[in-house]
Ligand binder design. Sequence first.
Ligand SMILES: Nc1nc2c(c(=O)[nH]1)N[C@H]1C(S)=C(S)[C@@H](COP(=O)(O)OP(=O)(O)OC[C@H]3O[C@@H](n4cnc5c(N)ncnc54)[C@H](O)[C@@H]3O)O[C@H]1N2
Ligand code: MOO
Length: 391
Amino acid sequence: MVPVEKALQLVDNHIKQTKEITTLSISNAIGFVLAKDVLSPINMPPFRQSAMDGYALGSIEEKTYSLIGEVQAGDDKDPVLKKGEAIRIFTGAPVPAEAKAVIMQEKVEVIDSNILVQESPTLDANIRPAGEQIKEREIALVAGTTITAAAIGYLATLGITDIEVYKKPSIAIIATGNELVPPGQKLKYGQIYESNSVMLSSALTTAGFTTINFHKVEDQYDATRSIIEKAIQEYDVVLISGGISVGDYDFVGKALRDIQVEEIFYKVKQKPGKPLYFAQKDNTTIFALPGNPASSLSCFYIYVLPALQKISGLQQYHLKRSTAISNSDYSKKGERAEFLKALLKDDKVTILDGQASSMLRSFALANVLVYLPEEVSKVKPGDSIQIINLS
Ligand SMILES: Nc1nc2c(c(=O)[nH]1)N[C@H]1C(S)=C(S)[C@@H](COP(=O)(O)OP(=O)(O)OC[C@H]3O[C@@H](n4cnc5c(N)ncnc54)[C@H](O)[C@@H]3O)O[C@H]1N2
Ligand code: MOO
């Protein structure tokens, strides 16, 4: 059994960022990572722009200006403004080349076709210079940037429609177990509903991974081996749920060994999630997750998600670790490190009831996992404890 920190390190050491690049429309690029610097094709703003609704002035020293026209946002006029002259102008409209400042309409008095200015504006007041935010050919976003909604908006302001990003991995989920039936059917004696595949795929889509395929296999060696072998050939990442422990019908480990994957570790000194198996073959990464639902999901958040994010080029892919003050009393039953479903509120964390690895109720209510390393055996209210953020 490898210790938790060693297992994390092994995953990190073996996972490499993809080299595959694809071009995406910005509207489909949220969560992807830029593979190349993006240069601005234009000055932004593209022209001198008024930042206020008011008046563009031909000079700034006068008290009275005669109004000679108007420029609206979207107009392509460039009226000539002389000393003592002004035009009506609006936010976003192009400011005439000779204008010395724009004054807010609240600061002037309009009398017939003249305006009276109480206080002289400073030179270039309320004028956004062309290229103030970025100039043509300058780098708008550097390679390695994660595309957020703000980044998409920014690229759109520059007129950019497509960007080059790192490809995200394709993922297969294989659920093993004779006892599993899809929700919606009536359960026969001995059966339970299959929940891991919909849970894992939902966790994947929340994190922006959408190329997911499902397979279900009975506890039978040949079928298990052939479905895993095919998935390894076809997908970048294979997630297997169940069948990885030591029972007579747990065929996943044997199948993986017979397929001759490179086993990097099997079994981590942690609860839940002890029988986690991590391997690679050719360019495919394989995680065999324990079948118990809470074990599967814990291993997903702790090991699988950071690995997928690293493959996709994310720079901030490590576990989101921090500390919080415990509201709870808790004693460990064994020596393994534990990950406990917990609720963080106002910097205080409450360890929830129902921590068995077969149970998901506490996980459904949790927003963090409390991490108790091997050497921590008890927690008391007021203790500072490690947490892993799940959002
Ligand atoms: N003798 C030992 N027995 C077990 C050990 C051990 O060290 N020695 N480890 C236990 C631990 S810890 C875990 S975790 C489980 C892991 O077992 P498997 O990965 O082989 O998973 P299964 O046996 O297939 O299933 C376990 C449990 O989870 C339910 N299950 C499985 N898949 C799904 C699914 N897709 N949706 C919902 N529920 C699922 C399954 O019915 C079982 O109840 O092994 C312990 N045993
Ligand atoms: O590792 Mo198992 O997940 O303790 O039940």
